[in-house]
Design a protein around this ligand. Structure first.
Ligand SMILES: *[C@@H]1O[C@H](CO)[C@@H](O)[C@H](O)[C@H]1NC(C)=O
Ligand SMILES: *[C@@H]1O[C@H](CO)[C@@H](O)[C@H](O)[C@H]1NC(C)=O
Ligand SMILES: *[C@@H]1O[C@H](CO)[C@@H](O)[C@H](O)[C@H]1NC(C)=O
Ligand SMILES: *[C@@H]1O[C@H](CO)[C@@H](O)[C@H](O)[C@H]1NC(C)=O
Ligand SMILES: *[C@@H]1O[C@H](CO)[C@@H](O)[C@H](O)[C@H]1NC(C)=O
Ligand SMILES: *[C@@H]1O[C@H](CO)[C@@H](O)[C@H](O)[C@H]1NC(C)=O
Length: 431
């Protein structure tokens, strides 16, 4: 067993060496309005520049909305960072996003850009506190899971709960939740994330997330990962931890596949995921082998002991079941046959004082393993006392016969002399 542990550790070590943790500002996509254009070098353009630099300047918070009122239309804008990222990462992401937007959407009066860590949005109309589920982007991992139906039930269940959690906080408070839960059937952990912009009310947020989860059903059913991004909220699930606190994350490779009315990004399978899958499969298999080994071992032991009892007690075996103690119980009662518990030595073995788990004091006679001398007497004593209810007998509470151990358990009577009875030449000895 020790060497197999080492092999598993080695696998993890190699995986870590090959794929050290990385951090990258990943641009997902942007959408620029094409029906609402402004003329180049207009007032709107300079107002937009003012707004975007104001957003980029706010590096002490992870959500911010602002308006720029200049000579043209008012420009409204906001940014939101993913709930788990640090303010530094947030600021960096918003910096990148606001820098990139003017060239991505040169003359649009309305635009949005999504990064892994943040989103930035602006428009000539006020959109604060209003739910928007368009434009939308959906992405998925092109790989399918093994048992899609049960897997997706788990995903939707976790997603619903994550969405409930994310939508709880009041208007103005951060609306973010992430959940990791094991999917027992598939031997894997599902990681879920849900987030709304904080300006939404809890009910608007929950509605938005429900729509997003519905889209997950449409885009990503049976996939190993999926995400739906709306301007007001987003959801995502994966089979690896993609949010902080972060285990080493795979660097995603994005394949863009457009669908009508939306855009789609598919997430490729990285080599690291393959390694993680291999490593966890090997680990899982080893655990499985160990489990089977111990299960078989204990089954065989149980079977052997049953055969042994049948050999001794024949037809009476079943009737004697209530009197049977396990060797483990007896070891526990006598503190593993400790010296302190030893009352003395008799013809067929030692006698110990013991305390059962219910508090009852007992005298325990352990027949010596080496001699087969006591075997016949052991058998007769158990059979006889089990049948007799004689007043003069010290009550036999039970017996134990396992492997080479033969043990008799009696009531412990301190004020009666047990000596003759317990240490005598015969095991059965009426007073
Ligand atoms: C807005 O500009 C984009 C390109 O910048 C162009 O494709 C589109 O036709 C324009 N829309 C209108 C309504 O002029
Ligand atoms: C931010 O949005 C809220 C409504 O959600 C609005 O009352 C507030 O004026 C906005 N802030 C700025 C600076 O525009
Ligand atoms: C993003 O931000 C980082 C750090 O601020 C900078 O090094 C990088 O050049 C930026 N990338 C873009 C595309 O603006
Ligand atoms: C935004 O701009 C479009 C196109 O220029 C215009 O039709 C619309 O009325 C503007 N919206 C607001 C609220 O000013
Ligand atoms: C932007 O979003 C609109 C509305 O969902 C969609 O019709 C359009 O195709 C998108 N455009 C781009 C360039 O993604
Ligand atoms: C999740 O919630 C939706 C309604 O918002 C419901 O239709 C669906 O059955 C729920 N799924 C699970 C697995 O709880």
């Amino acid at each position: 067993m020790a060497s197999s542990h080492k092999i598993v550790l080695l696998f993890f070590f190699i995986a870590f060496l090959l794929f050290p943790p990385t951090q990258a500002q990943t641009h997902i996509t942007d959408n620029c309005s094409s029906n609402k254009n402004f003329t180049a070098n207009s007032a709107f353009q300079s107002d937009r520049a003012t707004l975007l630099s104001s957003l980029a300047f706010n590096n002490a918070i992870d959500f911010y909305n602002d308006t720029a009122v200049g000579r043209g239309d008012t420009v409204y804008g906001l940014f939101m960072c993913r709930g788990d990222v640090t303010l530094t990462m947030c600021h960096q992401c918003v910096g990148n996003a606001t820098q990139g937007l003017p060239s991505a959407c040169p003359v649009s009066k309305e635009a949005i850009v999504w990064y892994d860590d943040c989103l930035v949005r602006y428009s000539n109309r006020s959109f604060f506190s209003t739910v928007a589920i368009r434009p939308r982007f959906v992405g998925w991992n092109p790989e399918n899971v093994f048992l899609p139906a049960s897997f997706m039930r788990t995903v939707y269940d976790i997603m619903n709960k994550t969405a409930d959690e994310a939508a709880k906080p009041a208007v103005g408070q951060k609306k973010y939740a992430s959940t990791a839960r094991g999917d027992i059937l598939a031997f894997q952990t599902v990681y879920c994330l849900a987030q709304c912009t904080p300006d939404l009310s809890p009910s608007d947020c929950r509605w938005c997330l429900s729509e997003a989860i519905r889209d997950l059903n449409w885009c990503c059913d049976g996939r190993k990962g999926g995400r739906v991004l709306y301007p007001s909220c987003n959801v995502r699930y994966e089979l690896y931890r993609f949010y902080l606190p972060e285990a080493p994350t795979p660097t995603p490779t994005l394949a863009i596949v457009p669908l009508p009315g939306s855009q789609v990004i598919g997430k490729g399978q990285s080599t690291r995921t393959v390694v993680i899958v291999v490593v966890s499969s090997v680990g899982g298999f080893l655990i499985f082998v160990c489990l089977v080994y111990y299960l078989l071992k204990s089954l065989i032991k149980t079977r052997r002991n049953t055969v042994l009892r049948q050999k001794y007690f024949g037809n009476e075996t079943n009737n004697l079941e209530p009197l049977r103690f396990s060797f483990a119980t007896i070891e526990a009662a006598t503190n593993k046959f400790s010296h302190e518990n030893c009352l003395g030595q008799g013809g067929f073995g030692r006698v110990y004082k013991g305390v059962l788990s219910n508090g009852q004091e007992v005298a325990i006679k352990r027949l010596s393993k080496s001699s087969d001398q006591g075997a016949e007497e052991f058998k007769n004593e158990v059979l006889l006392i089990a049948k007799l209810q004689h007043k003069n007998l010290v009550a036999l509470l039970g017996f134990c016969i396992e492997e080479r151990e033969k043990v008799l358990i009696y009531e412990y009577v301190p004020n009666k002399s047990l000596d003759n009875f317990l240490f005598g030449l015969t095991l059965l000895n009426p007073f």
